[in-house]
Design a protein around this ligand. Structure first.
Ligand SMILES: [Zn+2]
Length: 324
């Protein structure tokens, strides 16, 4: 029997799954992502997770035909590594992935992707229509996209195509992004940034009357969405976030002409009415060409892991006609 594997390497968790030749998952193992001391420790955790997932169903790692990996970036695809991930300590540095995983499973069919690229591969593979032109957008602690155009999943020479969270949406550049540059979409609309953005908007209005706990140490994006509909300032923040999200998605649509945009990530999944519905309404006003369907991801929290499996099965494409 042929087996395939997928790896989802996030800043918090690493998960590995083993699937059969139809893409049915037979085993999943999860572990915490080590925060150092070096990148090799992270590599070891990934290898151990994959060994555990295999061991749980009595599969020898060298029975795995191919492995897909959806990972935090930034990637260096030529080296098959993560190079200096933003959400892990600086000491982590380089995390070798493709080489050591290929050695473990004794195969050179190892496909490394940015996590949102794995996301679009998963959405494509598991979608009824297996569309050739589509986008997977995540709005979570960060913002990013995976894009498939004319049946080609775009990765870019270095693997970092789709880092759309770092598109400039605000030419005034009032917010500085975690990457160090000003006016980036993510700096206004990601889960990590919404509280700071709300605080900045509150400072614009010294006489502000709001029930939002903007001075609390644990003030979060969830608070903003919870108070929407009851608090005029919370409504204002939600409206501004919808405004920047509409600009970002409009830019993606004009650049890539997708038939469908699947949206995932905790901020979108937990707040469909306040985050996704405004996109559905406003793109009609802002997009010059064909307006795509905007749908929530069908794969929930498993979109990257499922995408990694789909990548292993389809040679990194998500194209169902390419399943061996
Ligand atoms: Zn940025």
């Amino acid at each position: 029997m042929a087996y395939y594997a997928g790896v989802d390497l996030g800043a918090t968790n690493v998960r590995a799954a083993v699937a059969d030749g139809d893409g049915a998952v037979v085993s999943v193992h999860r572990a915490d992502t080590p925060r150092g001391p070096t990148g090799i420790a992270v590599t070891e955790a990934v290898l151990s997770c994959l060994r555990e997932a295999c061991g749980a169903v009595g599969v020898d790692p060298d029975e795995i035909e191919a492995v897909g990996i959806g990972s935090i970036g930034p990637l260096d695809l030529a080296e098959g590594i993560v190079d200096g991930p933003a959400n892990l300590p600086d000491a982590v540095g380089r995390i070798p992935l493709s080489g050591p995983i290929g050695q473990l499973v004794d195969s050179d069919r190892v496909y490394l992707h940015n996590d949102t690229v794995a996301g679009v591969i998963g959405e494509r593979f598991y979608s009824d229509r297996n569309p050739d032109d589509m986008v997977y957008l995540t709005i979570s602690s960060g913002i990013g996209a995976g894009v498939c155009v004319d049946g080609e999943v775009l990765s870019g020479w270095d693997g970092n195509a789709g880092e759309v969270g770092h598109m400039v949406v605000d030419p005034r550049g009032r917010r500085t992004c975690g990457c160090g540059h000003d006016g980036h979409w993510e700096a206004y609309c990601s889960g990590n940034n919404i509280p700071e953005y709300a605080t900045m908007l509150a400072e614009d209005d010294p006489g502000l009357d709001t029930a939002l706990p903007i001075d609390a140490a644990d003030f979060s994006a969830a608070d903003v969405f919870e108070y929407a509909g009851q608090d005029a300032f919370a409504d204002h923040v939600v409206e501004q976030v919808a405004h920047w999200n509409t600009l970002g998605v409009t830019n993606i649509v004009q650049a890539y002409a997708p038939l469908v945009v699947y949206v995932g990530g905790a901020v979108a999944l937990n707040n469909e009415e306040l985050v996704v519905d405004p996109l559905r309404e406003r793109l009609r006003e802002t997009v010059f060409n064909n307006v795509p369907d905007v749908q929530l991801t069908n794969l929930g929290d498993d979109v990257v892991l499922k995408g990694a499996i789909a990548s292993a099965l389809t040679g990194g494409t998500g194209d169902r006609s390419r399943v061996a």
